[in-house]
Design a protein around this ligand. Structure first.
Ligand code: 13P
Ligand code: ZN
Length: 271
């Protein structure tokens, strides 16, 4: 059974964990995974190639012929583990990288997430930039991070520096920093283009007044990245709620020492 495959179990598990964190009210958030060749072999007998191609809305030629496991539009993360075939599905990208077809799941007329353009554009850029290592793109609506987008300037430098200062491990876990996209209409081509510009440089991109996108090699690392950013945001929200005058913080020199100690390169623009 496809649902017994390790990558499908990992995917469902991540949906359940995100839901338990409170990051997926109603149908909020979406998840996609670029399936490996050997994983595809194991499920080949159960997938049904289809000629019903639908437009992606953006062009992703470097993903031609790839298969993705994706959450459904309007589907609740809380329901994924209990009934995967109704809430998630596998899509195949055509040879031009402009259309997709459903080859498994999405029962009863379900469709892939409305954020498919952003997911696939992010997959394409990460596949290129990481020699194929990155396979997971994750979008969630974590409350503390969203709250910060109402009070901090919407600048990469400000969000990165504030989060780095708030929790010691942050510069080690996301040494490239965090990108910020201003408020935009979700679910289409424009926001996908703006996000992928940020994802060329970062593994995390904030959507102002909406949520967060994270990219990573596997489910654990990507979930962990989301969790770290949201945890640091929670600490920052608490600090800002207590006082607007911090007595002490992690200093520029501390960040340099942290980079040296853990062997990560800290870009100068954040110091
Ligand atoms: P979908 O239900 O289409 O995945 O949309 C949820 C969401 O978070 C949009 O940004
Ligand atoms: Zn969203």
């Amino acid at each position: 059974m496809i649902t017994d495959a390790e990558f499908v179990k990992g995917f469902c598990n991540m949906c359940e964990n995100g839901s338990k964190m409170g990051w997926h009210e109603r149908n909020g958030g979406n998840l996609s995974y670029r399936i490996k060749g050997n994983e595809l072999e194991l499920i080949k007998a159960e997938i049904h190639e289809s000629d019903a191609w639908r437009e992606i809305g953006v062009s992703v030629p470097r993903l031609a012929g790839e298969y993705f496991l994706v959450t459904g539009s309007g589907k609740y993360f809380a329901n994924v583990a209990a009934s995967p075939e109704e809430n998630i599905g596998i899509i195949k990208i055509d040879e031009k990288g402009e259309n997709y077809s459903i080859v498994w799941g999405f029962l009863n007329g379900a469709r892939p997430t409305s954020e498919l353009p952003t997911h696939l554009m992010n997959h394409e850029i990460k596949k290129m930039y990481t020699d194929g290592r990155y396979r997971v793109i994750y979008h969630a609506h974590p409350a503390n991070l969203i709250a910060l987008t109402f009070v901090l300037p919407l600048k990469d430098e400000v969000f990165t520096r504030e989060l780095w200062e708030t929790m010691t491990e942050c510069p080690v876990i996301f040494p490239k920093g965090v990108g910020v996209v201003k408020w935009m209409v979700p679910g289409g081509r424009e926001i996908a283009l703006a996000t992928v510009e940020k994802m060329k440089e970062y593994d995390v991109t904030v959507w102002a007044h909406h949520g967060l996108f994270a990219a990573g090699e596997d489910f654990d690392l990507t979930f962990g990245l989301m969790h770290t950013v949201e945890k640091a945001s929670e600490v920052l929200v608490k600090i800002l709620s207590m006082t607007d005058a911090r007595r002490q913080s992690i200093t520029t020199q501390d960040l340099i020492s942290l980079g040296d100690a853990f062997g990560v390169r800290i870009p100068k623009k954040f110091l």
